[in-house]
Design a protein around this ligand. Structure first.
Ligand SMILES: [Zn+2]
Length: 416
């Protein structure tokens, strides 16, 4: 087996891993201006996608150009999310020559997709007996539909972790599957981080939100559309809060209700969704809601766009109000600027924000301890670290701990 790392190696974003020039695992898009794609335009016989986040699935329609029609394998929620993300990319970049696909390529997803449940092996590129592979997806505990991908060519078993979490979230249970493998390509997003106990993060957040509302303030909780918005609705419901919900997360929430078996607790999810009040942007409704004593969960998570840009100008000058950042803020994003400098660019002008800004770690990735506990099951395997800002340092630590670990870079090939 031979691997080529086309993206997401020693970096986060544009994940793509090519196996034997034949099977492509993930084909993501890195958010930047302009967006970045994997380093080469491969022509695989088949594609498997680990989960429905932009950096893993965002460029998949570009694989369907001309008469190319490789089957694309994924779970049902991942298939739905792939479409939602592709349509959003077209909205944002569709008119740019740098957008690598058009509406016609997105429409072809229906033609090529193959949906699979967890732990149901399927044949790819002819199957093991015909020089191809057997592939199995295992729940990865990251977002609904997220998968570890096990690829077996009859000689070598490759486990591509995708993004994963070892701890339970309210939306999805943590990963427990540890299938045998000879090689593990392991994400390392939070290799440097120890998450605070989730229950403690939750109660600190809920307490701060309640107090702000009691004091007469408004709370804006920016959240990623996929995963985080739904997690925040569940956390709000569990703490007896009744949020407004706005942005692309609303559509994703509705979609996920169609796939209850991919949720940790479908009844709790229904209840949380039923409790939330959906906002549409009609007739200055957002401006009015911003003046209420209310909690508003809205996209985008890093403040790069979305309805949050209508709420923030309304609430920024009053120190009684609160902004709770609920996820990692990447360097260079408006969210990071707000977190570090207490200011925000609104309509082209940098404005100070007097509202209180707090950050809470509602992560959907394993932390250092989680990564180590996961890899403990793979002491005899070769470990390739990817998807992180400090992949090489983590690989070095693993080597010091007795692992056969390395961190090849984007563009490199690895013979197994
Ligand atoms: Zn992800």
């Amino acid at each position: 087996m031979e691997l080529e790392l086309l993206g997401g190696a020693r970096e986060v974003g544009r994940s793509a891993l090519l196996v034997d020039e034949t099977l492509l695992l993930d084909y993501g898009l890195k958010t930047a201006d302009p967006p970045q794609y994997p380093v080469r335009d491969p022509e695989p016989d088949a594609v498997v996608v680990s989960h429905g986040h932009l950096d893993h699935v965002g460029a998949v329609p570009a694989l369907l150009k001309g008469d190319r029609r490789p089957p694309v394998h994924w779970t049902p929620p991942t298939g739905e999310l792939a479409r939602t993300l592709a349509e959003d990319t077209l909205k944002l970049h569709g008119n740019s020559p740098l957008c690598p696909f058009g509406a016609e390529h997105v429409a072809r997803l229906g033609e090529v997709e193959r949906r699979h449940g967890y732990e149901e092996p399927f044949a790819v590129a002819g199957g093991i007996d015909d020089g191809g592979y057997e592939v199995t997806l295992f729940s990865a505990g990251h977002i609904p539909g997220s998968a570890h991908v096990l690829v077996d060519d009859g000689e070598t078993r490759l486990l591509y972790t995708g993004d994963f979490h070892t701890d339970d979230q309210r939306l999805v249970a943590g990963t427990t599957a540890r299938p045998d493998a000879d090689v593990v390509v392991c994400e390392s997003t939070y290799a440097d981080v120890t998450h605070e106990d989730r229950a403690a993060v939750e109660s600190a957040w809920a307490e701060r939100v309640e107090r702000t509302i009691w004091e007469g303030g408004t709370v804006v909780a920016p959240a990623f559309a996929i995963g985080r918005t739904q997690e925040m609705l569940l956390v709000a419901a569990a703490n007896d809060l009744t949020p407004y919900v706005d942005g692309m997360g609303v559509e994703v929430t509705e979609m996920l209700r169609q796939y209850p078996s991919f949720l940790r607790d479908a009844d709790a999810f229904d209840e949380a969704v039923g409790r939330a009040r959906v906002v549409t942007g009609r007739d200055g409704r957002r401006e009015r809601i911003a003046g209420e004593n209310a909690l508003i969960v809205t996209t985008s998570g890093m403040l790069a766009g979305g309805p949050v840009h209508t709420y923030l100008p309304e609430i920024r000058t009053n120190p009684t109000n609160l902004v709770t950042l609920t996820g990692y803020q990447v360097e260079g994003t408006p969210g990071r600027e707000l977190q570090e400098r207490g200011q925000l660019e609104l309509n082209g002008r940098v404005r100070p924000v007097s509202a209180r800004v707090d950050s809470y770690d509602f992560s959907a990735h394993a932390d250092r301890e989680g990564l180590e506990s996961f890899l403990e099951s793979y002491r005899g395997a070769r470990v390739l670290v990817n998807h992180g800002d400090r992949c090489e340092a983590f690989a070095e630590d693993l080597r010091a701990d007795g692992f056969d670990a390395s961190a090849p870079g984007t563009g490199e090939q690895v013979k197994l």
